[in-house]
Write a protein that binds this ligand. Structure first.
Ligand code: SAH
Ligand code: DHB
Ligand code: MG
Length: 246
């Protein structure tokens, strides 16, 4: 990140961390503070411990973000949720707890080991009846899903491989009810999203996804930047339009 001219007297103190790392330190502390105030007992804490012990990467959503997703799902009365990208089931556990007793979350995961660990984490959280983890490449699982049921989803969380994000979004906007929500994770990526010259396939995947999303008349979307223990990133929230009002 380039240096920025400033009147901030702290900039002249060479013992201070850089502006960037100071921000991260502050974001962490505020994130931890807000998590302490609002999240309380984390229903996914055991899942995080087990996932870390199994060597899974710590790329799950943060507790605050999980609470945010759960509030979104509850606010639209979600009964059928689709998640693309399970990892160890941390966000799955949070989203499943946002469901009514007869609700269902289907989560798709490529890596058999991730899927197995996630199933055991979901079982331990007492959510076996509400969560179905399907293992395989998401694009294949999505076409199977479309073939086996015409039931639409209320809420879709897109959080798997980024180069396929626009394909996942496209599927989601076709299979989510009017008034339903599609949330895409990791759309800002430390600001790299605006780098038109990037060759990072993940960033390019997100850029393609945002372009496609913005042209998709089936949805109305907004991008939100987030800071906190996950660094500087963001979500896109897309609501599926009612065709009679669009
Ligand atoms: N939603 C999780 C984090 C998911 S990390 C949470 O917040 O707790 C992204 C996951 O997507 C990884 O487990 C990765 O194995 C999986 N993934 C990558 N490519 C995939 C694909 N083609 N199909 C399905 N899952 C995929
Ligand atoms: C990565 C993936 C994620 O879904 C995330 O939230 C953070 C990082 C990654 O692949 O590095
Ligand atoms: Mg993510």
């Amino acid at each position: 990140m380039a240096a920025v001219a400033t009147d901030d007297p702290r900039e002249s103190d060479r013992t201070m961390p850089s502006r960037q790392s100071m921000s991260q330190e502050l974001w962490n502390r505020v994130d931890e503070y807000l998590t302490g105030v609002f999240v309380g007992d984390d229903p996914g804490a055991d899942a995080l411990r087990a996932s870390a012990a199994a060597g899974l990467p710590a790329i799950h959503v943060s507790p605050n973000q999980a609470q945010f997703l759960s509030i979104l799902a509850r606010s639209i009365g979600a009964r059928r949720i689709l998640e693309i990208g399970t990892l160890g089931g941390y966000s799955s556990i949070w989203l499943a707890r946002a469901l009514p007793p007869d609700g269902l979350l289907i989560s798709l995961e490529l890596d058999p080991r991730h899927a197995e660990i996630a199933r055991s984490n979901v079982d331990r959280a007492g959510l076996r009846d509400k969560v179905e983890i399907r293992q395989g490449p998401a694009l294949k699982l999505l076409s199977q899903l479309a073939a086996e049921s015409t039931d639409r989803f209320d809420f879709v969380f897109v959080d798997a491989d980024k180069p396929n994000a626009s394909a996942y979004f496209d599927w989601a906007s076709e299979h989510t009810r009017s008034g339903g929500l599609i949330v895409v994770d990791n759309v800002v990526r430390e600001g790299e999203i605006i780098d038109v010259q990037t060759e990072d396939p993940d960033v390019r995947g997100m850029q393609q996804c945002l372009r496609q999303l913005s042209a998709d008349r089936r949805v109305t979307a907004v991008g939100l930047q987030t800071v906190g223990v996950k660094g500087y990133d963001g979500f896109v929230l897309a609501i599926v339009n009612d065709p009679t009002h669009a």
